[in-house]
Design a protein around this ligand. Structure first.
Ligand SMILES: NC(=O)c1ccc[n+]([C@@H]2O[C@H](COP(=O)([O-])OP(=O)(O)OC[C@H]3O[C@@H](n4cnc5c(N)ncnc54)[C@H](OP(=O)(O)O)[C@@H]3O)[C@@H](O)[C@H]2O)c1
Length: 410
C-alpha cells in the first residue's frame, strides 16, 4: 500500500447547491489531492434532513464539512465535531458572524482547524490572505463588494436603465437571486461577511449585531443616471475601518469614482480591497457564489486542513465599535425653480460645515433638480442638515442621499 492509498474520510453535512457540487468535485480531484497530501480524500457519509446519522458520520470521519447553513443544527454539529478532535470546514457566514468567538475558542481548545474560506466572497481567497499573507500587516481599511446578487442588480440598473424591481426579476431569472432575496438586497448578507472580515483584519471580536447596514431597495434609476454625469458608479459596499482608535463596520450603497479598484467590478462578481500603509492596497476579485465555485473553495480548505496547521489566533483585545463616521455624500433635491431657494439650501449646508464639491442642476418646468456631491463630513452632521433642509418647506420630494467613497488608486 503506498502512502497515497491512505484514505482521508470527509463527513459531509448538507447536500444542497454547494454540498452536491462538493460531493461531485471531490472524487474528480482526489488523485491530485493525494499527490499533494499523500492522503486520498473520499466522502465518508452524507447528512441531510432525510438521510444519514450525524454520530455515525462523525465517528467515521477525519474531517467534517458543514454545508447546511443557518445557526442550528449547524452550530451544534460544528461544536461536536471539534470537541471530537475533527477539523471542520464550513461556508456558513451566518454562523460565524454570530457565534464565531465560541467556535474559534472551541477550535483552539481542541487543537483543530476551523476553515471558512467560502463563507466570504465565495471562491475569492480573501480569508486566507488576511489570515496568512497579511497576518503581519496593520490593516487600515477593507472595502468589499461581498454580495453578488446586489452587484448584479446595480450593474443591470446602470447598464440598461432598468428599475430596481425589473433588475431583481432578471437576477432571479438568471439564478443570481433566490426566490426570497431579502437578506441579499437589505444588506444583511453582506453585513455578516463584513463582520467576519473585520474580525480577522482587526483582530477584534465583531458580531453581526454591531454592523450597521442598509440595502439597495430604495435606489432609483435616475440617481444612477445623474451620478454618472458626475463620474460616479453605484455599488453596495461593505466597509471596515479604523476610526479614532476604534472600528467602524458598515454596509451601504455608495458611489465610487472610476479610479477606485471596486468601480469596475460588475455583474455577480465579488471583490475585496485591503488597505494598509505597508501594502498600499490589494484587490482580490472573482465569482462570489455558485455551487461549483463555492465547492472549489471548500475543497481548497479541506486540502489545507489535511496539511497542518493553521489556527485562528485569539483576539488581541476589543476595539470600540464606532457608529458615526466621516463620509462624502451624493445629494438629490427637487425644489421649486424660484429665486433664493438655492441660497437657502446653500445656507443650511454651510451652517453645518458642509461644502459642495460638484453640482448639476436640471430644469423641470417649475421645478429644478439639484444633484450634488458634498465633501466628507461627519455623518450625524450631514443627516442633521438633511432634516433641516426638509424643514425648510421648499423640497418637492424627500431628499435622496447616498454615500460617496472618494478614494481612487488609479
Ligand atoms: N449557494 C451558494 O452559492 C453559496 C455561496 C457561498 C456560501 N454558501 C453557504 O453554503 C451553505 C450551504 O448553502 P446551499 O446554497 O448549498 O444551501 P441549500 O441548497 O439550501 O442546501 C442545504 C442542505 O442542508 C441540508 N439541511 C438543511 N437543514 C438540515 C438539518 N436540520 N439537518 C441536516 N441537513 C439539513 C438540506 O437538506 P435537504 O436536502 O434534506 O433539504 C440541504 O441538503 C450555507 O451556509 C450558505 O450560506 C452558499
Amino acid at each position: 500500500m503506498t502512502s497515497t492509498d491512505t484514505r482521508f474520510r470527509v463527513g459531509l453535512l448538507g447536500h444542497g447547491t454547494v454540498g452536491a457540487a462538493f460531493a461531485a468535485l471531490l472524487p474528480q480531484r482526489a488523485d491530485a489531492v493525494a499527490g499533494v497530501t499523500g492522503l486520498r480524500p473520499e466522502i465518508g457519509g452524507v447528512l441531510t434532513r432525510s438521510q444519514g446519522d450525524f454520530d455515525a458520520i462523525l465517528a467515521d470521519s477525519d474531517l467534517i464539512v458543514e454545508l447546511i447553513g443557518g445557526i442550528e443544527p449547524a452550530r451544534d454539529y460544528v461544536l461536536r465535531a471539534m470537541r471530537a478532535g475533527k477539523h471542520v470546514v464550513t461556508a456558513n457566514k451566518q454562523l460565524l458572524s454570530q457565534h464565531g468567538e465560541e467556535l474559534w475558542a472551541c477550535a483552539r481548545e481542541h487543537g483543530v482547524q476551523l476553515r471558512f474560506e467560502a463563507a466570504v466572497a465565495g471562491v475569492v481567497p480573501v480569508i486566507r490572505v488576511l489570515q496568512e499573507s497579511l497576518a503581519a500587516a496593520h490593516v487600515e481599511r477593507i472595502h468589499g463588494i461581498v454580495n453578488g446578487t446586489t452587484n448584479f442588480i446595480l450593474s443591470e440598473m446602470a447598464r440598461t436603465g432598468a428599475t430596481y424591481a425589473d433588475a431583481l426579476a432578471e437576477a432571479q431569472r438568471l439564478g443570481y437571486a433566490e426566490a426570497d432575496p431579502s437578506e441579499d438586497v437589505n444588506g444583511k448578507d453582506a453585513a455578516a461577511k463584513m463582520a467576519i472580515l473585520a474580525r480577522l483584519a482587526f483582530d477584534t471580536p465583531v458580531h453581526l449585531d454591531q454592523v450597521v447596514y442598509e440595502g439597495i431597495e430604495q435606489i432609483a434609476p435616475d440617481d444612477i443616471e445623474y451620478a454618472r454625469d458626475l463620474g460616479l458608479g453605484l455599488k453596495l459596499i461593505g466597509t471596515a475601518e479604523r476610526v479614532d482608535g476604534g472600528l467602524s463596520v458598515r454596509v451601504h450603497p455608495a458611489f465610487l469614482y472610476p479610479g477606485h479598484p471596486l468601480a469596475s467590478v460588475n455583474g455577480p462578481f465579488n471583490a475585496v480591497t485591503v488597505e494598509s500603509d505597508a501594502i498600499t492596497e490589494i484587490t482580490m476579485s472573482g465569482p462570489g457564489a455558485g455551487g461549483p465555485q463555492t465547492a472549489s473553495a471548500v475543497l481548497g480548505d479541506v486540502v489545507s486542513a489535511m496539511i497542518p496547521p493553521a489556527s485562528t489566533p485569539p483576539t488581541s483585545g476589543a476595539l470600540e465599535i464606532v457608529a458615526d463616521v466621516v463620509s462624502a455624500f451624493y445629494l438629490h433635491l427637487e425644489v421649486p425653480d424660484n429665486p433664493g431657494v438655492l441660497a437657502r439650501i446653500a445656507g443650511v449646508l454651510g451652517d453645518h460645515g458642509i461644502s459642495v464639491k460638484s453640482v448639476v442642476q436640471k430644469g423641470l418646468g417649475d421645478n429644478a433638480r439639484l444633484v450634488m456631491v458634498v465633501h466628507a463630513v461627519l455623518e450625524s452632521r450631514f443627516f442633521t442638515a438633511l432634516d433641516e433642509l426638509s424643514g425648510l418647506g421648499v423640497l418637492r420630494t424627500a431628499p435622496r442621499a447616498i454615500r460617496v467613497i472618494e478614494e481612487q488608486f488609479a
